[in-house]
Ligand binder design. Structure first.
Ligand code: AMP
Ligand code: MG
Length: 359
């Protein structure tokens, strides 16, 4: 990106969770209300916030991230009932709100006039989310305006799950960064679009298809989640057409041909060992159980095999760590696509540009 744009002093505020939040968030709330940009923690990933009713603030978000302007921003609200002010809600929205909000779910609804088209990438719909993170919610409440916030990374880099990731990407480009510790989930929100009586899952996340089906009988997975879109087809969620979550090195996913294969771990270890023997500097993303058998400069684990919450929490941090190395290739183990595993697999497919090795 253009180095000449790095001119701003970025204020860093570290939250002290033993003290009341309001006093610590006065300055960033004023910055937001005044049209400036603030990066803040949420339970999914860090967001880069600006006033969602201010087209100029939206313009600043796109510029700071280097994000294509047809890629819509999610509008964050302090209370689920605030959705009605910016979108046309319905009974299914109410059900989703009751079950999952505040929380890691974005609902796409027809937008009202007051939301500028520059915020929605030109669409007549708007993605609405009420985050569960207390810092995020108090900040939105104090700002007194809805907050448009994409992930607080430079476009094309892995989403930030810690304030240090945000600083690496955006220091000098935005007014303020709030450090509220590591993002709990570590993957971006689940996005659903309400389509009559059914839900179209546009992006999987911590609110899983299984959980959504408990509220709505018909949940349809968008084609872009597990497959590359055919040439020339416009995606339902415009962000899907960009190569997201891409580390510098080429990523290859290692997946079981048969999900019930008991010997998969042995095969994966043997595969990793062979790659490390050929080039000790390759990146390996494996499970804790594999670590004792692998030696190399860039061998990282993203948790115990059975702990899919740990995998989602650590994935983007691991991808960023690989970016700081000289590894030319990364081999990453992936597990089952149930529960949050679907979201993990979706992000990893994108990071790998759909390069999957079945063993
Ligand atoms: P990010 O905030 O960086 O996680 O990206 C937000 C993503 O939400 C976009 O890339 C879109 O794919 C999706 N999104 C936001 N608003 C809409 C909308 N109105 N319709 C469909 N998808 C949306
Ligand atoms: Mg993003």
């Amino acid at each position: 990106m253009d180095k000449a744009k790095i001119t701003m002093k970025t204020e860093l505020i570290t939250i002290d969770f033993t003290k009341p939040l309001a006093g610590q968030l006065t300055l960033p709330a004023e910055i937001l209300a005044g049209g400036g940009l603030v990066a803040f923690p949420t339970e999914t990933v860090y967001g880069l916030g600006g006033n969602a009713l201010d087209a100029d603030a939206a313009g600043k978000i796109y510029a700071a991230k280097g994000r294509p302007s047809d890629n819509p921003l999610i509008v964050h609200i302090a209370r689920p009932s605030d959705a009605e002010k910016y979108a046309y809600t319905n009974a299914l929205y109410e059900k989703l709100a009751k079950a999952f909000m505040p929380g890691p779910l974005t609902v796409v609804l027809p937008k009202r006039e007051n939301v500028p088209c520059s915020v929605t990438g030109g669409l007549m719909t708007v993605g609405i989310r009420c985050p569960g993170d207390p810092v995020a919610r108090e900040l939105i409440r104090l700002a007194g305006v809805p907050i448009a916030a994409p992930s607080a990374n430079v476009s094309g880099r892995p989403s930030p799950t810690a304030a240090s990731h945000v600083a690496d990407d955006l220091n000098g480009r935005i007014d303020c960064i709030i450090d509220g510790g590591e993002a709990e989930v570590g993957l971006e929100s689940t996005i659903v679009k309400i389509d009559g009586e059914r839900l179209i899952l546009l992006r999987p996340g911590a609110i899983t298809p299984e959980m959504l089906r408990a509220v709505c009988e018909e949940v349809v997975l968008d084609n872009g989640i597990l497959d590359r879109l055919p040439e020339g087809k416009a995606p339902e969620a415009p962000g899907m057409k960009y190569r997201h979550y891409a580390p510098r090195a080429r990523v290859h996913l290692l997946r079981a041909k048969d999900e019930n294969d008991d010997t998969f771990d042995e095969k994966a270890i043997a595969f990793f060992r062979e790659k490390l023997a050929q080039d000790p500097s390759v990146g390996i993303l494996c499970y804790d159980e594999h670590l004792p058998f692998l030696q190399g400069a860039h061998v990282y684990s993203y948790g115990e095999k059975a702990d899919d919450r740990a995998h989602s929490h650590l994935l983007f941090d691991c991808l960023r760590r690989f970016d700081e190395t000289d590894a030319a290739a990364i081999y990453a183990v992936v597990g089952k696509t149930e529960g949050i595993g679907l979201a993990l697999y979706n992000r990893m497919l994108k990071a790998s540009a759909y390069t999957v090795i079945y063993i």
